[in-house]
Structures are given as structure tokens and as C-alpha cells.
Design a protein around this ligand. Structure first.
Ligand SMILES: *[C@@H]1O[C@H](CO)[C@@H](O)[C@H](O)[C@H]1NC(C)=O
Ligand SMILES: *[C@@H]1O[C@H](CO)[C@@H](O)[C@H](O)[C@H]1NC(C)=O
Ligand SMILES: *[C@@H]1O[C@H](CO)[C@@H](O)[C@H](O)[C@H]1NC(C)=O
Ligand SMILES: *[C@@H]1O[C@H](CO)[C@@H](O)[C@H](O)[C@H]1NC(C)=O
Ligand SMILES: *[C@@H]1O[C@H](CO)[C@@H](O)[C@H](O)[C@H]1NC(C)=O
Ligand SMILES: *[C@@H]1O[C@H](CO)[C@@H](O)[C@H](O)[C@H]1NC(C)=O
Ligand SMILES: *[C@@H]1O[C@H](CO)[C@@H](O)[C@H](O)[C@H]1NC(C)=O
Ligand SMILES: *[C@@H]1O[C@H](CO)[C@@H](O)[C@H](O)[C@H]1NC(C)=O
Ligand SMILES: *[C@@H]1O[C@H](CO)[C@@H](O)[C@H](O)[C@H]1NC(C)=O
Ligand SMILES: *[C@@H]1O[C@H](CO)[C@@H](O)[C@H](O)[C@H]1NC(C)=O
Ligand SMILES: *[C@@H]1O[C@H](CO)[C@@H](O)[C@H](O)[C@H]1NC(C)=O
Ligand SMILES: *[C@@H]1O[C@H](CO)[C@@H](O)[C@H](O)[C@H]1NC(C)=O
Length: 445
């Protein structure tokens, strides 16, 4: 055992590559360990200085589960410490990790964390997040929690995407789920090959995401379905910024009860846009999405740009695994300001007919989920041939269920120069768009 040089704290370092029990550890000086720490990003510096360091051990054999070692390091450094996932090590997480209830802790992920694709195991042993069939490998929650370090999380999504393509009832884990963080941040990490959504933000307040590099694309014909960048649920005061995303579904999605959210400076590629919803899926629920500002977004190779989607007041089947309608609520004060589009199907979308492709049928069942005070400003770029000559789709389910929809300084053109936008059931006075009644329908994506 090394001697404890620093008197500040007890330091635990479990040696890698030993068959030791997880609690077997050696003591190393805090002065030495502090040289291994990543500098804290500025938003993390707002919380108290960390006074202990724990290095998570790893078997580093690319197969043995390191979950116990990780849990041990996090327990040892909870309440004021700094956990390092060492740069040269690979960590395998092959069992679920409940990391909620933490307090004042930094997770400094410098190395690589991989979640093996044991589909049968995770189907039985993951966190059921109840909402939209979501499950996860781990849940992270607590007060003053910061994650950073320049490392990466690999969700080994390929086999999950294949399994889901063949069997829609296979539930797939979210790569990075937070549940109940009050004040924290996630930054400077790479998330890739996520089986389902990359980030789920539930029951959280005051969390900043920045400098994430998100990348999930399939290398065969089984598409990377539902690999949203972020889904926000029951959360308030969230910032998502300065990140790049390549995936096969929404870049960012505001689910029920997302309020006071800022999304800015993103480059989204291959996504389904920045989306409110879908909302109103469950008749017994009341969903609110309010006070959202989305600014300075580049959107490449996407089905949508700025989008709001809610269900009408009638049960509809969008697909075998996606049915609903009839829920109540409100989308209020959502602003999209500054978006550059290149190769998108629709640049602007509002639909209150989600799940019901027959618009006349939808209009017989006006949504109970109102949409009000929406601004699309400074949105420009090029759409593709999918709905040409139409570049946007703004369809409310009745004139009474949408109000205060404003579009200004919008210039979206197809390759042929057309700029037609479908506008149905909404006041055109505040729409500086080339509106038409003609609808080519809603994007099935
Ligand atoms: C370490 O930090 C925690 C949380 O900020 C604090 O409660 C604790 O007193 C500190 N310990 C020492 C030894 O400074
Ligand atoms: C996670 O652990 C906390 C206590 O730290 C407990 O209250 C909670 O029920 C656990 N959650 C799950 C889903 O096991
Ligand atoms: C959020 O909090 C609610 C209420 O405490 C709880 O029922 C739910 O399991 C939590 N997590 C999610 C993902 O909704
Ligand atoms: C589809 O997956 C579910 C959940 O894993 C499983 O119970 C069911 O047997 C599978 N169906 C087929 C046809 O493989
Ligand atoms: C995000 O980028 C902006 C503009 O470059 C910068 O001002 C801001 O500090 C960055 N945010 C974080 C959390 O690094
Ligand atoms: C959303 O907020 C409303 C109003 O506070 C509440 O009635 C509803 O239960 C919340 N829904 C969820 C899923 O938390
Ligand atoms: C807009 O976002 C890009 C990154 O996509 C960034 O480089 C640029 O500085 C941002 N511009 C402003 C005005 O914040
Ligand atoms: C954008 O997505 C395409 C198709 O998935 C991919 O080939 C390309 O590498 C992505 N671009 C960037 C900058 O990641
Ligand atoms: C609208 O939302 C923005 C962004 O969250 C906020 O700054 C603004 O105060 C809100 N306006 C109203 C009228 O609620
Ligand atoms: C858009 O997709 C094309 C084809 O996959 C790819 O070459 C291009 O790099 C993508 N654009 C961006 C900005 O990633
Ligand atoms: C939605 O709009 C209708 C018609 O204007 C109104 O009666 C209803 O109260 C509104 N609902 C909400 C939740 O704002
Ligand atoms: C509206 O679209 C039609 C059809 O593409 C086009 O002929 C017309 O010039 C457009 N009007 C404006 C004001 O852009």
C-alpha cells in the first residue's frame, strides 16, 4: 500500500487487472490524483470544488462486467468527490446501474464505456422508464452532478436496431438517461451507437448539455430507428448547446412537460428535426410544452426542420407500436429563431393530426391540445424533392385550436425554387409565407 500523503481525504484506487474484490483498494495521494483530473468545464465550476478523487477500476478485458467497480467508485466519491474513468481503460457495463440520489459529484469519463448487446439480458434487467416503452442501462440523478472528460459511451446499437426491425416489441435501452438531476451538466463526451434515444432528461431542473458528439448510423439495411438525440420529459430549465448529432430520429424532442428550455448552436445531420411532441397521445393525460427557444441550428439531410406534432381527439393507429390520441394540454411560447436547412423534406411543420393521415377525418376531431404563440423566424435553406413543390406543412385540426402562429423572414426553397407551404386552419395574416390549401400530407417518419 502506498501511504496517504494528503490528509484531506481518503482516496480509493482499486487496481485494474486484478481479481480483487471491488472494495479492495490502495491509497494514493490527492495531490497525485488531482493531476489526472480533467479540468472542470465552467458550468461545473459553479458548484463547490471537489475534495476527493476516486478512480474507477476496470477488468479491462473487453468482457467482464465492471458495474460493481463503477458503483464502488461512485459510492466512495459521492458527497464531494471526483470519479475518474481512466483514459486508457475500457469499462464494460453489463448490469443495470442505479446512480440516483447522488450529491455533489463529478463523473470524469476519460475512457471508453461500452454496454454489451446482450438483448435477452437487458430486456429483463433494465430500468423501466414507463414513458413510451423507454428502458435504460443506467439512471443518473441527484443534486449537483457533472459529467465530462472527453471519453465515450458505446451503446452497441447495431444488433438492437436489427432486432427491433424484426420484432417491434423488443424494448431497447436509452444510452444516457437522467432521472431527477437538480443542477448539473453533461459535456465533452461522445455518445454513439445508441440502441434507442441517446439522452433522456426526466424529472430534472437546471441541467446544461454542451459539446456532445452524438453519432449513430446503421451499417446495414436495418435502420437506426428512434435514435433521438435528446428527449426532455417533466423537466424545467434545461440548456442543450454546442453539439453535433448524426442519427435516425429527432435531433431534440420536447416531450410532455418540458418547460423553459434553450437549444442552440447545434449541427444536426440525418435527423427528424427539432420537434415538439408528439403530445396528446394518452387520453387521460394533460401535456404542457412551454417557453422553448431554439436558435442557431444547422439541419442537414433531415426529414424535418422545425416541427410541432400533436394527436387529434380521436384514437388513431400510426403504426402497430404507435397508437393514441385524445390527450389534452397546451403548446405555448415556442420560438425557432435561426435555422439553416439543407436537404430537408419539410422545413416547417405543425400538425394536429399526428397518427391520422386523412386530414378531413382529423378535422372532425379537433385536438384537445392547443397550440399558441409559436414563432418561426429567420429560417432559410433548401428542401429536397420528397414533398416538392411544398416546403412546409402547417395543419391545425380546427381554427379554434391554434392561435398566434407567426412566420417571418422565412426563405425555404425546393431545388426548383418553389416556396409553397400548406396552411390549413390557421390565420394567415401573420404568416409571411406562400400559403396554399394544397396538402401533400404529413411525413410518415
Ligand atoms: C468535501 O465536499 C463536500 C461537499 O461539498 C463537503 O460536504 C465536505 O465537507 C468536504 N470535505 C472536506 C474534507 O473538505
Ligand atoms: C434507485 O435507488 C434509489 C435509492 O438510491 C431508490 O430510491 C430507487 O427506488 C431506485 N430506483 C430503481 C428504479 O431501482
Ligand atoms: C419521475 O418522477 C415521477 C414522480 O416522482 C416518478 O413516478 C417517475 O418514475 C420518475 N421518472 C420518470 C422517468 O418519469
Ligand atoms: C418479440 O420480442 C418479444 C420481447 O422480447 C418476445 O417476447 C417475442 O417472443 C418476440 N417475438 C418473436 C416472433 O420473436
Ligand atoms: C457554447 O458556445 C457559445 C458560443 O461559442 C459559448 O459562448 C458558450 O460558452 C458555450 N457553452 C458552453 C457550455 O461551453
Ligand atoms: C404535466 O403537468 C400538468 C400540469 O402541472 C400535470 O397535470 C400533469 O400531470 C403533468 N404530466 C406529467 C406526465 O407529469
Ligand atoms: C451558431 O452555431 C455554430 C455551431 O453550429 C457556431 O459555430 C456559431 O458560433 C454559432 N453562432 C452564434 C451567433 O452563436
Ligand atoms: C451525415 O449523415 C450521413 C448519413 O448517415 C453520414 O454518412 C455522414 O457521415 C454524416 N455527416 C457527418 C458530418 O457526420
Ligand atoms: C417565452 O419563452 C422564452 C424562452 O424560455 C422566455 O424567455 C420568455 O420569457 C417567454 N415569454 C412568455 C411571454 O412567457
Ligand atoms: C448529408 O448526407 C450526405 C449523403 O449521406 C453526406 O455526404 C453529407 O456529408 C451530409 N451532410 C452533412 C453536413 O453531414
Ligand atoms: C383550447 O382552446 C379551446 C378553444 O379556444 C378552449 O376552449 C380551451 O380552453 C383551450 N384549452 C387550453 C388547455 O388552453
Ligand atoms: C408562390 O408559389 C408559386 C408556385 O410555386 C409561385 O408561382 C409564386 O411566385 C410564389 N409566390 C411568392 C410570393 O413567392
Amino acid at each position: 500500500m502506498l501511504s496517504l500523503v494528503s490528509s484531506v481525504a481518503v482516496i480509493l484506487l482499486a487496481l485494474p487487472l486484478t481479481s480483487a474484490a471491488p472494495d479492495q483498494s490502495i491509497l494514493v495521494s490527492e495531490t497525485f490524483l488531482s493531476t489526472l483530473r480533467s479540468p472542470r468545464p465552467f458550468h461545473a465550476q459553479l458548484s463547490p470544488h471537489r475534495n476527493r478523487t476516486c478512480i474507477a477500476a476496470s477488468h479491462d478485458d473487453a468482457q467482464t462486467d465492471d458495474a460493481e467497480y463503477i458503483l464502488q467508485a461512485i459510492r466512495d466519491c459521492d458527497n464531494g468527490g471526483h470519479v475518474i474513468f481512466a483514459e486508457k481503460l475500457e469499462y464494460i457495463i453489463a448490469s443495470p446501474l442505479n446512480l440516483t440520489g447522488l450529491s455533489a459529484i463529478d463523473l470524469d469519463i476519460q475512457g471508453r464505456v461500452s454496454f454489451p448487446a446482450d438483448l435477452a439480458y437487458w430486456q429483463k434487467n433494465s430500468f423501466d422508464l414507463v414513458f413510451q416503452n423507454a428502458i435504460s442501462f443506467f439512471i443518473l440523478g441527484g443534486k449537483d452532478v457533472n459529467v465530462y472528460g472527453g471519453g465515450e459511451l458505446d451503446g452497441n446499437g447495431q444488433s438492437w436496431w436489427e432486432a427491433y426491425a424484426k420484432n417491434k416489441t423488443v424494448k431497447r435501452p436509452i444510452l444516457f438517461a437522467i432521472d431527477g438531476i437538480a443542477s448539473g451538466s453533461v459535456s465533452n463526451i461522445r455518445l454513439y451507437n445508441s440502441p434507442m434515444w441517446h439522452n433522456f432528461i426526466a424529472n430534472s431542473t437546471d441541467v446544461v448539455y454542451s459539446n456532445l458528439d452524438i453519432f449513430s448510423t446503421s451499417n446495414n439495411e436495418y435502420f437506426e430507428k428512434n435514435t433521438d438525440g435528446w428527449d426532455i420529459y417533466r423537466s424545467n430549465n434545461i440548456v442543450i448547446e454546442n453539439s453535433t448529432i448524426t442519427n435516425g430520429d429527432d435531433c431534440v424532442s420536447f416531450k410532455p412537460n418540458s418547460t423553459s428550455i434553450l437549444v442552440q448552436n447545434l449541427r444536426c445531420n440525418g435527423t427528424h428535426g427539432i420537434s415538439v411532441g408528439s403530445l396528446g397521445q394518452y387520453p387521460e393525460r394533460v401535456d404542457y410544452v412551454e417557453d422553448i427557444l431554439v436558435r442557431n441550428i444547422s439541419m442537414f439531410n433531415s426529414s424535418e426542420g422545425a416541427r410541432i406534432k400533436v394527436w387529434p381527439d380521436a384514437y388513431s393507429e400510426k403504426s402497430a407500436s404507435l397508437t393514441g390520441g385524445g390527450g389534452r394540454g397546451l403548446v405555448r411560447n415556442v420560438t425557432y429563431d435561426g435555422m439553416f436547412l439543407d436537404n430537408v423534406d419539410y422545413g416547417l411543420t405543425i400538425t394536429q393530426c399526428y397518427g391520422q393521415d386523412d386530414e378531413e377525418e382529423c378535422f372532425k376531431h379537433p385536438s384537445k391540445l392547443n397550440i399558441t404563440d409559436i414563432t418561426f423566424r429567420n429560417i432559410r435553406g433548401r428542401s429536397n424533392r420528397v414533398f416538392s413543390p411544398i416546403v412546409g406543412h402547417l395543419v391545425c385540426s380546427s381554427p379554434d385550436t391554434c392561435s398566434g402562429i407567426l412566420a417571418e423572414d422565412v426563405d425555404i426553397r425546393t431545388i426548383n425554387g418553389s416556396n409553397l407551404v400548406t396552411c390549413r386552419n390557421l390565420n394567415r395574416d401573420n404568416l409571411d409565407l406562400n400559403c396554399t390549401d394544397w396538402s401533400k400530407g404529413y411525413n410518415p417518419a
